[in-house]
Design a protein around this ligand. Structure first.
Ligand SMILES: NC(=O)c1ccc[n+]([C@@H]2O[C@H](COP(=O)([O-])OP(=O)(O)OC[C@H]3O[C@@H](n4cnc5c(N)ncnc54)[C@H](OP(=O)(O)O)[C@@H]3O)[C@@H](O)[C@H]2O)c1
Length: 292
């Protein structure tokens, strides 16, 4: 029996991993989040002492860090909190993982890149984040690389699953609106938590440590993505394509986001011959069974 410790277990990815690993007879889950709820124990990853104490006690086979401050605009306003959760939290986990010999899976983001190019980014491209969220997540990656030994860093993008996300927001808006305005000049790869959980389940049992990009195949804009969501949901809501400039005029507090943050899953393909589902397949699967 192998124990897997999940942080941020009540978030979108944490829930998808819980569903996946609960089906396995040889895995015991130790679920944690900043607030305890049901089977989830309290663990604030920013608290070095608590992280150390818990990891020493549980001695997990692997720690999967799903905890983060994911509100991109919120990170601009709460930079200190963002550094504590997105950078110092992973630092604490990296130290504890090294002390106990646990593997560490840490999740990062396409927003570590500037998005100023027009070619997919591989793991070899230099990050240059524009937003506070991207900057703090990049520092989290760096701490993990510096302080952990047996780690997997997986950069993902445009994540949706069981929790608050873009898909649900658009579906909610379509209930009351005949049209929605959505940005058409930011290009990326929407990725379901089911797809990302499967990547983690593939890597975690191997010794193929290092940095990975893990997103669905294929690319689209947020506006294209919204049109596909409405098509699958049978909604007639019109999608007005707007530019990022128009969006930020309407929402002055919005963080600067990369225009082209497509990730090439180069290392997954090279090391594991692993190819992810296309984003259209993944969103169709999700829309067939949307979590409440
Ligand atoms: N969502 C995306 O579009 C996206 C895109 C690219 C990469 N990612 C990355 O993917 C990972 C998973 O994202 P997600 O969408 O599943 O995130 P999420 O749904 O926002 O879940 C994050 C969880 O972490 C918890 N948390 C916050 N501060 C904590 C702390 N100090 N200690 C312990 N737990 C804490 C949150 O609790 P509260 O809700 O109570 O704060 C929440 O339950 C993150 O690393 C994120 O940066 C996400």
């Amino acid at each position: 029996m192998k124990t897997i410790l999940i942080t941020g277990a009540n978030g979108q990815l944490g829930r998808a991993l819980t569903v996946l690993f609960e089906k396995k007879n040889d895995v015991e889950l130790y679920l944690t989040d900043v607030v305890s709820e049901g089977a989830i124990h309290a663990l604030d990853i920013t608290n070095e002492h608590d992280v150390h104490e818990l990891v020493q006690r549980v001695t997990p086979y692997a720690i999967i860090n799903c905890a983060a401050l994911t509100n991109v605009d919120g990170c601009e306003k709460e930079l200190d909190l963002a550094y504590r959760i997105n950078a110092i939290g992973p630092r604490n986990l990296a130290i504890a993982a090294k002390e106990t010999g646990a593997k560490l899976v840490h999740i990062s983001t396409d927003y570590v890149f500037s998005g100023d190019g027009n070619e997919p980014y591989t793991e070899f491209d230099a990050p240059a984040p524009k937003s506070a969220y991207g900057k703090t997540k990049l520092e989290g990656e760096r701490f993990v690389q510096q302080l952990a030994e047996r780690y997997f860093i997986i950069r993902t993008a445009w994540l949706y699953g069981d929790g608050k996300n873009f898909v649900k927001t658009m579906l909610r808006l379509s209930e009351t609106r005949d049209e929605v305005s959505v940005v058409c000049d930011q290009i990326g790869s929407p990725t379901s938590t089911r797809v990302l959980a499967d990547i983690i389940d593939t890597l975690i049992w191997t010794e193929n440590y290092g940095l990975y990009h893990g997103t669905c195949e294929g690319i689209c804009s947020w506006a294209d993505f919204t049109e596909e969501i409405f098509r699958l949901a049978g909604k007639s809501t019109k999608v007005n394509h707007i530019t990022s400039k128009q969006y930020s005029e309407m929402n002055p507090a919005a963080a600067d986001r990369p225009a082209y943050s497509v990730l090439d899953n180069y290392m997954l393909k090279q090391k594991l011959n692993y190819v992810c589902d296309d984003w259209k397949t993944a969103i169709a699967e999700y829309m067939n069974n949307i979590p409440e």
